[in-house]
Each structure stands twice: as structure tokens, then as C-alpha cells.
Design a protein around this ligand. Structure first.
Ligand SMILES: NC(=O)c1ccc[n+]([C@@H]2O[C@H](COP(=O)([O-])OP(=O)(O)OC[C@H]3O[C@@H](n4cnc5c(N)ncnc54)[C@H](OP(=O)(O)O)[C@@H]3O)[C@@H](O)[C@H]2O)c1
Length: 256
């Protein structure tokens, strides 16, 4: 561990992330978080609804900017940790912020959710960034270690599945349309939440490749948050569409 590493803070913030994941999972078992199809519909608070494109760009931006600033502040891209951070973590959030955010055809998002997301993305961006830059070092042999290679493979496959599935969802709508249709194609033939499955695989791959507690905590958070939301989406489709494919599972092909 380097002299700048705040190991106690890393341990504390990572553990809180796991607890937050459990809290979200318990809460979402009944009601999805207030965006997307579970958004707050009260007409009296339309002034606090932020257009989807703007919301996704500003709420996800800290996950890209905070680690990028930490890399800049550290003044070095020499370590494997900072390279992993830049190319995997920042790469994901560059896409999520600028490309997903710009092209989304999703509806507006309540300001309270946007503010919570900004806080979360700042916290997680700092946690992952600080940990990989200041608290983690790798031997030269790590780049040929099975965990690293398999983790990178999982990350890339998960990211591809996530982006492909999000694109299939986007194409279900014309601009301005906010209705829901049955997703078809790709992994959607097997599961209702193909984009979530991709995202979960991605972050478990990242935690394997980095082999750090904060990355594992974030993967766990993602699985708890998106897993419970996947169950709600699945139920939503089954209730909304009588012709919804019976063999389709919620999150894990053929299993669940
Ligand atoms: N790492 C994490 O913990 C985490 C947490 C949350 C989200 N994410 C990621 O962020 C991305 C977006 O998440 P999300 O929760 O908004 O995903 P989502 O509920 O699947 O929605 C994705 C987009 O597709 C639209 N859509 C969904 N189902 C549709 C359907 N049947 N017909 C037509 N349009 C449909 C949604 O519109 P509406 O918005 O109008 O519903 C939204 O614009 C995903 O890639 C997800 O993996 C990651």
C-alpha cells in the first residue's frame, strides 16, 4: 500500500456499498426505484422531472470525471492499476455518460433520483479510483494470471451484451414514444433483463481482473440492485403482455 492510501476509508466505503446493495434489493422487492417504468407520475411535481438525456448524462458523469481527475492528479499512468481504471472503468462510464445518455429514448427522471445518482457515482468513482491508484499494486506476472485474463474477457463480453441489449431496447421506440413493447432478439430471447445480465457479468469480470474488495463490492451492489429490478421488469412484462414468451426467464438464461 502506498503512503497516500487511505485503507480504512476504502474498507469502510466498500462495506457501505455492500450494505446499500442489500438495502436497495430489499426495497426493490416491492417497488422499483423511481425512474423508468416506475417513475413518480404525480403531475404536481413535473417541474422536478429532468429530461432523460440530460438526467443520464449529468448523473453518470461523476463516475467518469472523478477517477479521470484522480489519474490526472496522481500524474502517472505507469501502474497497471491506473491503466485498468482508465480503460475499463472510465471506458464503461464514458460510454454510459456520453453515448448511452445522448441516444437514450427513455422518459424523464425525477430530480431526487438524479441527485442520489450523482452522489452515488461520485462516491463509487472516488472509491474505485483511489483504491486502484493508491492502494493496489500488481506484480508483472499479474497480466498472465488466469484471474486477470478471464476477468477482462468477462468484462468485455458483459459490456458487449449490455450495449447490444440497450440498443435493442432503444430501437423499440421512435423518438418521443414512451410505450413499452416486448423486447426481441439477442439475449432477450432467453431473459427479460438482458442489459442487466450484461452489466452484472461486466462488473464481476472487473472485480476478478482487479482482484480488489471495492470492485467486488460494486459488482455485488450491481447484482443486488439490477437483480431485484430484473424480477420487477419480468413481472411487469408477464402482467402487461398475455403473449409474453413463457420460456423466458428474468435474469439468468434457462435458470432464473
Ligand atoms: N451498475 C448499476 O448498478 C446500474 C444501475 C442502474 C442502471 N444501470 C445500467 O444503466 C442502463 C439503463 O438502466 P435502466 O434501469 O434504465 O434499464 P431499463 O429499465 O432496461 O431501460 C433501458 C432503456 O430502455 C427503455 N426500455 C426498457 N424496456 C423497454 C421496453 N420494453 N420497451 C421500450 N423501451 C424500453 C427504457 O425507457 P424508460 O426509461 O422510459 O423505462 C430506457 O430508456 C442499463 O444498461 C443498466 O445496466 C446500471
Amino acid at each position: 500500500m502506498g503512503s497516500h492510501c487511505n485503507g480504512n476509508a476504502v474498507l469502510f466505503l466498500s462495506s457501505i456499498l455492500v450494505l446499500l446493495g442489500l438495502f436497495v434489493w430489499m426495497r426493490q422487492r416491492k417497488q422499483g426505484f423511481f425512474y423508468g417504468r416506475y417513475r413518480l407520475e404525480s403531475s404536481s411535481d413535473t417541474w422536478v422531472q429532468i429530461p432523460g438525456k440530460v438526467a443520464w448524462i449529468i448523473q453518470e458523469l461523476p463516475s467518469f470525471v472523478v477517477p479521470a481527475l484522480l489519474i490526472y492528479q496522481s500524474g502517472s499512468l505507469d501502474t497497471l492499476g491506473s491503466k485498468l481504471l482508465l480503460f475499463l472503468f472510465c471506458g464503461h462510464y464514458f460510454h454510459r455518460t456520453w453515448i448511452y445518455g445522448y441516444f437514450t429514448r427513455g422518459g424523464s427522471v425525477h430530480i431526487s433520483f438524479v441527485l442520489q445518482s450523482i452522489l452515488f457515482c461520485t462516491w463509487n468513482g472516488y472509491l474505485q479510483g483511489h483504491n486502484l491508484i493508491y492502494c493496489t499494486s500488481y506484480d508483472d506476472s499479474w497480466t498472465t494470471d488466469f484471474r486477470f485474463l478471464f476477468g477482462i474477457l468477462l468484462f468485455l463480453m458483459g459490456m458487449a451484451a449490455n450495449i447490444h441489449s440497450d440498443n435493442l431496447l432503444r430501437k423499440l421506440r421512435e423518438p418521443g414514444d414512451l410505450s413499452y413493447k416486448i423486447p426481441r432478439g439477442g439475449l432477450f430471447e432467453y431473459i427479460s433483463a438482458a442489459n442487466y445480465f450484461g452489466e452484472i457479468v461486466e462488473w464481476f469480470g472487473y472485480s476478478l481482473a482487479t482482484w480488489t474488495y471495492p470492485a467486488f463490492a460494486f459488482a455485488l451492489f450491481t447484482a443486488l440492485c439490477l437483480g431485484s429490478r430484473a424480477v420487477l421488469h419480468h413481472r411487469f412484462y408477464q402482467q402487461m403482455f398475455q403473449e409474453y414468451p413463457k420460456s423466458r426467464k428474468a435474469l439468468i438464461p434457462l435458470l432464473f
